[in-house]
Design a protein around this ligand. Structure first.
Ligand code: COA
Length: 532
């Protein structure tokens, strides 16, 4: 046991209370959006679904996963701020089935017949990517009307990849299981078609390339749904169904049996132990981050409330101190951490690049904790080689092969987002706190840059610059960027895998880290050429 960490957070202070209040208000907004997703298609459709004797999507998932085991829902608020149904009429996440961590992808048939909008496609592609990168078996719970037809232009072509990915998962030795509860029509029929194992619910599953109306139109045949694509037909005649389930409960039981029979073993190393809880109270994470992302705070205060035993060993603490690097364990798994304590200078960038190489040498997964306004600009820093040094960090992040987890706890602006393994750098998971703000730069700076550019253009053209129009333009741009910088906006576009309650950080990262160990954990042999 080490000494207690030297925290300076005082839960009785005015600042703590104000931070906590602001965080709770943001969390309330997230909860309100989640409540909309939980309501599915609304009372009318939920009631109709139940009257048909069917289970709701989350009931199906509850019965599929091991009792009292956690289900880590992903992309819950996908589609936020778009005109697609919030959540994309689909639930995706990671659950444990017969002791095996699996990706679960389940249609919500109460929302527009479970049809696929662009959000549904993006969400299911992300779930498949998670399965492939982390080597997790996939279980689909299917009941969908296929493409949301009025949105077909944005669904048809990208949606094709969902079927391709299923067979590529299979080719990579990752099992795919589909339980069909209801309609799985047209392209949707390829979901069971491309799966290693299929279970069809008697009287429920309807799987055909063309439904009765299309068959009538195409070949003038009067077809009966059950004869054309019912569960029994597929189990006895076509052979598309491997198992005929008597009802939905039976299908879920069969799904569990299939996963148990896989004999699945994780390929990464097991944890070193159960992992002692942090000495500092995770409840206090609500009051660590100021409401205004421009006010800095010590990222160690977060780490001490997340990692095992609050035990964090710092690397190069006296050098490049605005990037905190070091080692810890999370639920017994070793992890290397890079956390921002301010802007990235040359020293910080080089230190980060070195640390990433060390963790790759020792096959240690990395956690990036982002609260960054970017790399330092200005004549002094350009002359000092900030581009070269920032490139070193981005090179190391891009070519690192150990699993990356990224946690957004405040600002994520400019190339700081890239250097700290933002979404485009393929971290295995990205989670955000509700106070997260992200954009190419801060709203004020961005509006100011636009104003300077336009003023210079007017001067060059010999025109007078309209100061009133400038003020209006700045306000409008600031407002737009402010709206586009929020955590909800980002999660709506799947730039993360979900917004989390800061108090759940340890649990969520722990599940994610465990999941990454389903695949082998191996560092990179080579990086790009580091420009010196
Ligand atoms: N695209 C867009 N909206 C669709 C849709 C689709 N493919 N399928 C269903 N919907 C809408 C319905 O219009 C309805 O909207 P409303 O309640 O606002 O009127 C809502 O989703 C629910 O549909 P409904 O038919 O009432 O539900 P159901 O549970 O009885 O049946 C289906 C669901 C999916 C079996 C049935 O709607 C169906 O067969 N749809 C067409 C499937 C198809 O041919 N798809 C081809 C895709 S490539």
């Amino acid at each position: 046991m080490g000494a207690s960490p030297p925290t300076t957070i005082d839960p009785r202070s005015e600042a703590f209370r104000a931070n906590r209040e602001a965080m709770m208000a943001l969390l309330d907004e997230v909860r309100a959006a989640e409540a909309r997703v939980l309501a599915g298609g609304g009372d009318r459709y939920v009631r109709r679904h139940r009257q048909r004797g069917k289970l709701l999507v989350r009931e199906r998932i509850d019965l599929l996963v091991d009792r009292d085991s956690p289900f880590l829902e992903l992309s819950a608020l996908a589609g936020w701020g778009t005109d697609d149904p919030l959540g994309g009429a689909m639930v995706t996440g990671i659950g444990q089935i017969a002791g095996v961590e699996c990706v679960i992808s389940a249609n919500d048939p109460t929302v527009k017949g479970g049809t696929s909008s662009p959000t549904t496609i993006a969400k299911s592609l992300r779930a498949q990517e998670i399965a492939l990168r982390n080597r997790l078996p996939v279980v689909n719970l299917t009941e969908s009307g296929g493409a949301d037809l009025p949105k077909q232009a944005d669904v048809f072509v990208p949606g094709g990849a969902t079927f391709k990915n299923l067979t590529r998962l299979s080719a990579a030795g990752i099992p795919t299981v589909t339980l069909v509860f209801g309609s799985s029509t047209a392209g949707g029929a390829y979901v069971p078609g491309m799966s290693d194992y299929t279970v069809f619910v008697e009287g429920g599953a309807k799987v055909f390339l063309g439904g009765p109306p299309l068959v009538k139109m195409a070949i003038d045949e009067d077809a009966d749904e059950e004869q054309l694509g019912g569960a029994e037909m597929h189990a006895r005649v076509s052979g598309l169904a491997d198992f005929l389930a008597a009802n939905e409960h039976d299908a879920l039981r069969l799904g569990r049996t299939i996963v148990r029979r896989l004999g699945w073993r994780k390929a990464g190393p097991p944890p070193r132990g159960p992992g002692a809880p942090p000495r500092l109270d995770p409840e206090e994470l609500l009051g660590v981050a100021p409401a205004d992302v421009r006010i800095p705070f010590d990222a160690r205060e977060v780490l001490w409330r997340v990692v095992d035993d609050s035990n964090f060993d710092e690397f190069k603490p006296l050098y490049g101190s605005q990037l905190v690097c070091g080692w810890a364990e999370l639920w017994g798994y070793p992890i290397g951490i890079l956390a921002n304590n301010g802007i990235l200078f040359s020293e910080e960038s080089q230190k980060g690049a070195q640390f990433i190489q060390l963790c790759n040498r020792s096959d240690t997964p990395l956690l990036f904790v982002q609260n960054v306004t970017g790399f330092m600009v200005g004549t002094r820093y350009e002359r000092g080689g900030i581009i070269k040094h920032g490139s070193m960090l981005i090179n190391a992040v891009s070519n690192s092969r150990v699993p990356h987890l990224t946690l957004m706890i405040g600002a994520s602006y400019g190339a700081g987002n890239y250097g700290m393994s933002g979404r485009a750098y393929d971290p295995r998971f990205v989670f955000s706190w509700p106070n997260h703000r992200s954009a190419v730069m801060g709203p004020k700076q961005l509006a100011g840059v636009m104003s300077i550019v336009q003023r210079a253009a007017a001067t060059r053209a010999g025109r007078d610059y309209d100061e009133d129009a400038d003020r209006t333009m700045r306000a409008a741009i600031e407002d737009q960027i402010e709206r586009e910088s929020t955590a909800l906006f980002a999660t709506g576009r799947l730039w993360d895998d979900g917004i989390i309650d800061p108090r759940d950080t340890r649990t969520v990262l722990g599940i994610a880290l465990s999941v990454t160990h389903s695949a082998p954990v191996q560092g990179a042999e080579a990086f790009g050429v580091f420009r010196m």
